[in-house]
Design a protein. Structure first.
Length: 244
Protein backbone atom coordinates (compact mmCIF):
# COMPACT_ATOMS: atom_id res chain seq x y z
CA UNK A 1 0.00 0.00 0.00
CA UNK A 2 1.32 3.41 -0.98
CA UNK A 3 1.25 5.66 2.07
CA UNK A 4 3.17 8.60 0.59
CA UNK A 5 -0.03 10.48 -0.22
CA UNK A 6 -0.99 10.41 3.48
CA UNK A 7 2.34 11.95 4.60
CA UNK A 8 1.26 15.64 4.47
CA UNK A 9 -1.88 14.77 6.42
CA UNK A 10 0.15 12.92 9.06
CA UNK A 11 2.61 15.80 9.39
CA UNK A 12 -0.19 18.33 9.81
CA UNK A 13 -1.87 16.09 12.39
CA UNK A 14 1.36 15.70 14.32
CA UNK A 15 1.83 19.45 14.41
CA UNK A 16 -1.67 19.91 15.76
CA UNK A 17 -1.13 17.20 18.37
CA UNK A 18 2.16 18.72 19.52
CA UNK A 19 0.64 22.20 19.75
CA UNK A 20 -2.38 20.89 21.64
CA UNK A 21 -0.19 18.89 24.03
CA UNK A 22 1.90 21.97 24.84
CA UNK A 23 -1.17 24.13 25.46
CA UNK A 24 -2.64 21.50 27.78
CA UNK A 25 0.49 20.36 29.62
CA UNK A 26 2.21 23.74 30.17
CA UNK A 27 -0.37 25.17 32.63
CA UNK A 28 -0.72 21.80 34.36
CA UNK A 29 3.04 21.55 34.91
CA UNK A 30 3.19 25.15 36.17
CA UNK A 31 0.30 24.46 38.55
CA UNK A 32 2.01 21.30 39.86
CA UNK A 33 5.18 23.23 40.71
CA UNK A 34 3.23 26.08 42.31
CA UNK A 35 1.10 23.76 44.45
CA UNK A 36 4.13 21.64 45.35
CA UNK A 37 6.05 24.68 46.56
CA UNK A 38 2.99 25.99 48.41
CA UNK A 39 2.55 22.64 50.20
CA UNK A 40 6.14 22.77 51.42
CA UNK A 41 5.83 26.37 52.65
CA UNK A 42 2.57 25.47 54.41
CA UNK A 43 4.49 23.26 56.86
CA UNK A 44 8.03 24.67 56.76
CA UNK A 45 9.31 28.25 56.86
CA UNK A 46 11.59 29.23 53.95
CA UNK A 47 14.72 29.36 56.12
CA UNK A 48 14.13 25.80 57.39
CA UNK A 49 13.35 24.05 54.11
CA UNK A 50 15.48 20.97 53.52
CA UNK A 51 16.53 21.43 49.88
CA UNK A 52 17.90 17.90 49.67
CA UNK A 53 14.69 16.19 50.79
CA UNK A 54 11.73 18.61 50.95
CA UNK A 55 9.09 15.92 50.31
CA UNK A 56 10.19 13.65 53.20
CA UNK A 57 10.44 16.72 55.42
CA UNK A 58 6.86 17.79 54.67
CA UNK A 59 5.50 14.26 55.05
CA UNK A 60 7.22 13.82 58.39
CA UNK A 61 5.93 17.10 59.76
CA UNK A 62 2.46 16.83 58.28
CA UNK A 63 1.67 13.31 59.51
CA UNK A 64 3.81 13.07 62.66
CA UNK A 65 0.77 13.37 64.94
CA UNK A 66 -1.37 10.71 63.23
CA UNK A 67 0.06 7.68 65.03
CA UNK A 68 0.01 4.61 62.81
CA UNK A 69 -0.01 6.78 59.68
CA UNK A 70 3.65 7.54 60.37
CA UNK A 71 4.44 3.96 59.28
CA UNK A 72 2.90 4.66 55.88
CA UNK A 73 4.84 7.91 55.75
CA UNK A 74 8.08 6.00 56.30
CA UNK A 75 7.24 3.67 53.44
CA UNK A 76 6.37 6.66 51.26
CA UNK A 77 9.67 8.34 52.07
CA UNK A 78 11.48 5.13 51.19
CA UNK A 79 9.61 5.09 47.87
CA UNK A 80 10.62 8.70 47.20
CA UNK A 81 14.26 7.87 47.90
CA UNK A 82 14.12 4.81 45.63
CA UNK A 83 12.50 6.91 42.90
CA UNK A 84 15.27 9.50 43.21
CA UNK A 85 17.98 6.86 42.89
CA UNK A 86 16.27 5.40 39.82
CA UNK A 87 15.83 8.86 38.32
CA UNK A 88 19.49 9.73 38.81
CA UNK A 89 20.44 6.41 37.20
CA UNK A 90 18.33 7.29 34.16
CA UNK A 91 19.85 10.77 33.96
CA UNK A 92 23.37 9.39 34.21
CA UNK A 93 22.71 6.73 31.58
CA UNK A 94 21.32 9.35 29.20
CA UNK A 95 24.04 11.94 29.80
CA UNK A 96 26.83 9.43 29.29
CA UNK A 97 25.49 8.77 25.78
CA UNK A 98 25.72 12.42 24.72
CA UNK A 99 29.54 12.46 24.25
CA UNK A 100 29.20 9.19 22.34
CA UNK A 101 26.73 10.75 19.90
CA UNK A 102 28.97 13.82 19.56
CA UNK A 103 31.82 11.44 18.73
CA UNK A 104 29.68 9.80 16.03
CA UNK A 105 29.09 13.23 14.47
CA UNK A 106 32.83 14.07 14.58
CA UNK A 107 32.19 16.89 17.04
CA UNK A 108 34.35 15.17 19.68
CA UNK A 109 37.30 12.78 19.32
CA UNK A 110 36.42 9.24 18.25
CA UNK A 111 37.63 8.05 21.67
CA UNK A 112 34.23 8.98 23.10
CA UNK A 113 32.38 6.79 20.57
CA UNK A 114 34.25 3.55 21.32
CA UNK A 115 32.02 0.75 22.55
CA UNK A 116 32.72 -2.18 24.84
CA UNK A 117 33.45 -5.27 22.80
CA UNK A 118 31.04 -7.46 24.74
CA UNK A 119 28.35 -5.18 26.18
CA UNK A 120 28.39 -2.54 23.43
CA UNK A 121 28.29 0.28 25.97
CA UNK A 122 30.21 3.58 25.53
CA UNK A 123 32.76 2.84 28.22
CA UNK A 124 34.98 5.86 27.48
CA UNK A 125 32.05 8.25 27.44
CA UNK A 126 30.75 6.78 30.72
CA UNK A 127 34.21 7.08 32.28
CA UNK A 128 34.57 10.71 31.20
CA UNK A 129 31.13 11.82 32.43
CA UNK A 130 31.59 9.88 35.67
CA UNK A 131 34.96 11.49 36.40
CA UNK A 132 33.71 15.01 35.61
CA UNK A 133 30.58 14.50 37.73
CA UNK A 134 32.62 13.17 40.64
CA UNK A 135 35.14 16.03 40.42
CA UNK A 136 32.47 18.73 40.43
CA UNK A 137 30.53 16.98 43.21
CA UNK A 138 33.59 16.79 45.47
CA UNK A 139 34.63 20.36 44.65
CA UNK A 140 31.23 21.71 45.72
CA UNK A 141 31.67 20.13 49.18
CA UNK A 142 34.86 22.03 50.00
CA UNK A 143 34.36 24.42 52.92
CA UNK A 144 30.55 24.32 52.95
CA UNK A 145 27.71 22.38 54.55
CA UNK A 146 25.44 19.94 52.75
CA UNK A 147 22.64 22.45 52.05
CA UNK A 148 24.97 24.93 50.38
CA UNK A 149 26.76 22.17 48.48
CA UNK A 150 23.44 20.91 47.14
CA UNK A 151 22.48 24.45 46.09
CA UNK A 152 25.75 24.87 44.20
CA UNK A 153 25.29 21.63 42.29
CA UNK A 154 21.61 22.18 41.57
CA UNK A 155 22.02 25.84 40.58
CA UNK A 156 24.98 25.07 38.33
CA UNK A 157 22.84 22.44 36.59
CA UNK A 158 20.11 25.09 36.18
CA UNK A 159 22.63 27.39 34.49
CA UNK A 160 23.48 24.61 32.02
CA UNK A 161 19.78 24.16 31.31
CA UNK A 162 19.38 27.93 30.87
CA UNK A 163 22.27 28.09 28.40
CA UNK A 164 20.83 25.27 26.31
CA UNK A 165 17.38 26.86 26.29
CA UNK A 166 18.91 30.20 25.29
CA UNK A 167 20.44 28.51 22.26
CA UNK A 168 17.17 26.72 21.53
CA UNK A 169 15.07 29.89 21.69
CA UNK A 170 17.63 31.83 19.65
CA UNK A 171 17.22 29.51 16.65
CA UNK A 172 13.87 30.94 15.40
CA UNK A 173 15.21 34.48 15.90
CA UNK A 174 18.71 34.23 14.46
CA UNK A 175 19.79 30.91 13.00
CA UNK A 176 16.65 29.79 11.18
CA UNK A 177 17.48 32.07 8.23
CA UNK A 178 20.41 29.83 7.36
CA UNK A 179 17.96 27.06 6.45
CA UNK A 180 15.97 29.29 4.11
CA UNK A 181 12.97 29.33 6.45
CA UNK A 182 11.23 32.43 7.76
CA UNK A 183 9.84 32.14 11.28
CA UNK A 184 6.37 33.63 11.84
CA UNK A 185 6.02 36.62 14.15
CA UNK A 186 4.26 34.68 16.91
CA UNK A 187 7.14 32.19 17.02
CA UNK A 188 9.70 34.98 17.29
CA UNK A 189 7.75 36.57 20.15
CA UNK A 190 7.42 33.26 21.97
CA UNK A 191 11.13 32.51 21.43
CA UNK A 192 12.14 35.96 22.66
CA UNK A 193 10.02 35.46 25.77
CA UNK A 194 11.61 32.06 26.39
CA UNK A 195 15.10 33.50 25.84
CA UNK A 196 14.50 36.30 28.36
CA UNK A 197 13.09 33.86 30.95
CA UNK A 198 16.15 31.61 30.47
CA UNK A 199 18.49 34.56 31.06
CA UNK A 200 16.57 35.53 34.20
CA UNK A 201 16.66 31.93 35.46
CA UNK A 202 20.42 31.79 34.94
CA UNK A 203 20.85 35.09 36.81
CA UNK A 204 18.79 34.06 39.84
CA UNK A 205 20.78 30.84 40.27
CA UNK A 206 23.59 33.05 41.58
CA UNK A 207 21.43 34.03 44.57
CA UNK A 208 21.21 31.43 47.38
CA UNK A 209 17.75 30.70 48.74
CA UNK A 210 19.01 29.52 52.14
CA UNK A 211 21.61 30.93 54.49
CA UNK A 212 25.20 30.54 53.27
CA UNK A 213 28.50 31.71 54.71
CA UNK A 214 29.34 33.96 51.75
CA UNK A 215 26.82 34.81 48.99
CA UNK A 216 29.64 36.19 46.84
CA UNK A 217 31.65 32.98 47.13
CA UNK A 218 28.47 31.00 46.41
CA UNK A 219 27.96 32.85 43.12
CA UNK A 220 31.66 32.63 42.28
CA UNK A 221 31.68 28.84 42.68
CA UNK A 222 28.73 28.47 40.31
CA UNK A 223 30.39 30.72 37.74
CA UNK A 224 33.66 28.78 38.00
CA UNK A 225 31.88 25.44 37.56
CA UNK A 226 29.99 26.65 34.48
CA UNK A 227 33.07 28.28 32.92
CA UNK A 228 35.30 25.25 33.48
CA UNK A 229 32.70 22.82 32.12
CA UNK A 230 32.18 24.90 28.97
CA UNK A 231 35.94 25.40 28.59
CA UNK A 232 36.42 21.63 28.63
CA UNK A 233 33.75 21.26 25.96
CA UNK A 234 35.23 23.98 23.76
CA UNK A 235 38.71 22.51 24.17
CA UNK A 236 37.55 19.05 23.09
CA UNK A 237 35.66 20.52 20.13
CA UNK A 238 38.68 22.56 18.97
CA UNK A 239 40.96 19.55 19.39
CA UNK A 240 38.66 17.45 17.21
CA UNK A 241 38.36 20.21 14.60
CA UNK A 242 42.14 20.48 14.34
CA UNK A 243 42.49 16.71 14.13
CA UNK A 244 40.10 16.63 11.18
Amino acid sequence: MNTSRFWPVNVARRRENISRSVLISAPIIALMFILGTASVLAFVTPDQVDLIGPIPQVLSRGFSSFGWVSTLVSLTIFGVAARQIALMSIYFAGNTRLPMVAGWDDLLPAWFARLHKRYQTPVNSILFVGMVTLAFSLASLIGVKEQEAFQIQDNAATVFYALMYMVLFAIPIVAIKRFGVKAPLWLKIASASGFIVSVIAGFYTMIPITKVDSPGMFAAKIIVVVVIANAIGVGLFVFRAQAR
